[in-house]
Ligand binder design. Structure first.
Ligand SMILES: Nc1ncnc2c1ncn2[C@@H]1O[C@H](COP(=O)(O)OP(=O)(O)OP(=O)(O)O)[C@@H](O)[C@H]1O
Length: 300
């Protein structure tokens, strides 16, 4: 594989469960040494997509290449992947310490010193049986394995469930600093978009199985604007533009439009008496996915 080869390459990928199409004709690539956000509503297809990419399920159609090969029953590819998910099962007799003593068997880049630091920081009770851990402690074990494994391709499927705000921040901080020293590819699925917004370099948004946004996070920030003011001023200003959302109450309205405004348009907005408000990544995803779900008209 050359430096420019994608880590993951997916083409026309679909996964159907009976009448449900969980992943619908997805085509995208994941590049090396980048933190990806896989974002989408409940049931959008995030977990299914991760299961397919990690060879834990078979595609109904389409192709998947991970490190240049199919991940299904491919020991070489799978040895480069770490998949952290909430539903992780552990052997009955396992205590927390057993997870960390067995991890180096699976992950060739495992850093025991880093794991010990994280175990201390997340206050994981090493001697306690896994079955007795609290939800947050269980999540902490997963997060530590995901970080200390330093796998070339690491998936975190909503790793924060059960973690309190302090522990989540610790996770984000350690991920970012360790990633800076040991670059690798990370795919993080989350609902807490605002929290991770600054962490993400590339964003994939999946909605009803379809990839509806595949863009650099930097390009997405500031790629939409909300215009607020009197209904007539907002409607006049947004006429003919691609609307992601519009709401009104009484004589006031607010509309979110796709695309950046030029300096001239910003001056026009000021002259028209409408206010321009930035749209966060989370708002953009909410607006885009709800617009897709409700088939909101693309133009006014
Ligand atoms: N084994 C299965 N059998 C039938 N339907 C399934 C199966 N697995 C997933 N689905 C359906 O496929 C769709 C996508 O599910 P998936 O778990 O991938 O979503 P998700 O984006 O991870 O959701 P969440 O954010 O709620 O975890 C859902 O409608 C789900 O009900």
């Amino acid at each position: 594989m050359t430096d420019t080869s994608p880590v993951v390459s997916v083409s026309a990928l679909s996964k159907r469960f009976g009448s449900v199409t969980a992943v619908d004709d997805a085509t995208f690539q994941v590049r090396e040494n980048t933190i990806y956000g896989l974002l989408g509503r409940n049931g959008a297809g995030k977990t299914t997509l991760m299961q397919l990419l990690t060879g834990q399920d078979f595609a109904s159609s389409g192709t998947i290449s991970v490190f240049g090969s199919s991940p299904v029953e491919n020991a070489d590819v799978l040895s480069k992947i770490c998949f952290i998910k909430e539903s992780q099962k552990y052997p009955d007799e396992f205590r927390a310490k057993h997870v960390f003593t067995s991890a180096p068997w699976f992950f060739r880049n495992w850093d025991g010193g880093f794991a010990a630091q994280l175990i201390d920081e997340f206050a994981v009770p090493l001697n306690r049986p896994m079955k007795k851990l609290s939800r947050g402690q269980l999540s902490a074990v997963g997060v530590i394995v995901g970080l200390a494994s330093r796998a070339p391709l690491t998936f975190f499927d909503e790793p924060y469930l059960g973690l309190d705000a302090v522990a989540r921040q610790l996770f984000y901080d350690r991920l970012l600093s360790d990633y800076a020293e040991h670059p690798r590819t990370v795919i993080l699925s989350t609902h807490l978009i605002d929290e991770v917004s600054n962490l993400l370099e590339h964003v994939l948004v999946i909605d009803q199985g379809r990839i509806i946004i595949d863009a650099e996070a930097e390009d997405l920030r500031g790629s939409a604007t909300t215009i607020a003011g009197t209904r007539s001023a907002v409607d006049a200003f947004t006429a003919g533009r691609e609307l992601l959302h519009r709401e009104s109450i009484g004589g006031l309205a607010s509309a979110t439009i796709n695309g950046q405004l030029s300096a001239l348009e910003q001056a026009d907005a000021a002259a028209a008496g409408v206010e321009l408000l930035p749209v966060s990544l989370q708002q953009l995803v909410v607006r885009t996915t709800s617009a897709a779900a409700h088939d909101f008209p693309a133009t006014a």
